[in-house]
Write a protein that binds this ligand. Structure first.
Ligand code: NAD
Length: 359
């Protein structure tokens, strides 16, 4: 059985990616390597935890000894790397945590892959059935590395990097490291840069789940600045499917933009969310609009991100399977059906962070 390590598999996107790989690859062992920070939650994987090809390993990518133990135990043929500090606002208050995990942690993983795959003959693999995937390092990254757009234009895979927040700078640095290790040491790699995700298991510090949670609790819906910040949104399961397809079918050494072909200004998105929530909760139309509260802008806030995912569409035929309205309806239904999940993650440390940010 061949082994793939997926880092950050207990997080929001990672859990959907792990599920996609476990379900579609019974012949491969899928190792979920995660430190279980505030954002990691094994509840996200309850439905697959007993699958015979799934293994969880608690390890911190900033700790080389912990990583080495997992590599020695499993001798992976490929690494799919999602573990990261992922919230822009937290990167503004504590940039070092982002540099440690996103930059140093990625470097630690790359160094171990290099050691296991090229430097130490004891670790090297025999015949890998699919030679093109042998020793692949796939890095899951963000469109935020490209910086901010004006009112027109799209990010292409060739757009120059121009990160503006400590989060996006740390992701840009890790993308550069992955490509540098590929070019310098001949390690097969793929990078994909995706727009904003939303869907089940989304941690309620991010806009959509925060608003769902606050509408349910009659709390203010915080909107930065004038509400005109524009983002492209993709349903998380479509992202997971894109990653799975790219992992097995794309050319190595390539970069792919992944997006929803779906731009929204924050204020319009929140109004669409209110419309759907009020309908589902049996409230009169527009009932929750009174909760909209404009708050002090985030420093260095990027005005607009828009992604051109046509390379992925042309080369692999990938396209989002749901519209935004459909994806949002599925997301709201999931949160309404999983109130306990929401209550568990909004207690404790997250509540302290929330009070600091918004009170
Ligand atoms: P998340 O914050 O929900 O999950 C991150 C996971 O990584 C958690 O399970 C956490 O426990 C784990 N982790 C954090 N630090 C770790 C460490 N030092 N060692 C091991 N594990 C650690 O993040 P997400 O939103 O699921 O994002 C996953 C990846 O996708 C990130 O690399 C992020 O940059 C990228 N991405 C996210 C989005 C988005 O909209 N959320 C969009 C594009 C790209």
């Amino acid at each position: 059985m061949k082994t793939i390590i997926i880092t950050g598999g207990a997080g929001f996107i990672g859990s959907h990616v792990v599920r996609e790989f476990v379900k579609n690859n019974p012949d491969k062992k899928i190792i979920n390597l995660d430190a279980l920070t505030y954002a990691g939650n094994l509840e996200n994987l309850k439905d697959i935890e007993n699958e015979p090809n799934y293994v969880f390993e608690k390890a911190d990518i900033t700790k080389v000894d912990e990583l080495r133990t997992v590599f020695e135990r499993h001798n992976p043929e490929a690494v799919l790397h999602l573990a990261a500090e992922s919230h822009v606002d937290r990167s503004i208050t504590d940039p070092n945590a982002f540099i440690n995990t996103n930059v140093n942690g990625t470097a630690n993983l790359l160094n171990l892959c290099r050691e296991f795959w090229t430097l130490n003959p004891d670790h090297q693999h025999g015949n890998f059935p699919d030679e093109t995937r042998k020793n692949l390092f796939y890095h899951v990254s963000t469109d935020e590395v490209y910086g901010s757009l004006g009112e027109t234009g799209f990010f292409l895979e060739t757009t120059a990097y121009d990160p503006q927040s400590p989060y996006s700078a740390s992701k840009a640095a890790s993308d550069h490291l992955v490509r540098a290790y590929g070019n310098t040491y001949g390690m097969p790699f793929i990078v994909s840069n995706c727009s904003n995700n939303y869907g089940p298991n989304h941690f309620p510090e991010k806009l959509i789940p925060l608003c769902i949670s606050n509408i349910l609790n009659g709390k203010p819906l915080p909107i930065y600045g004038d509400g005109k910040y524009t983002r492209d949104w993709l349903f998380v399961i479509d992202h997971a499917k894109a990653i799975h397809q790219i992992f097995f079918e794309a050319k190595t050494g390539e970069t792919y933009n992944i997006g929803g072909f779906n731009e929204w200004q924050n204020i319009d998105l929140v109004k669409e969310l209110i419309k759907q929530m009020d309908e589902k909760l049996g409230n009169p139309a527009g009932h929750s609009e009174k909760l909209i509260t404009y708050v002090k802008d985030r420093p260095g806030h990027d005005k607009r991100y828009a992604i051109d995912a046509s390379k992925l569409n042309k080369e692999l035929g990938w396209f989002p399977s749901v519209t935004f309205e459909q994806g949002l309806a599925k997301t709201i239904d999931w949160f309404l059906e999983n109130n306990e999940w929401l209550e568990n993650v909004t207690s404790g440390d997250y509540q302290k962070y929330y009070d600091q940010q918004y009170n």
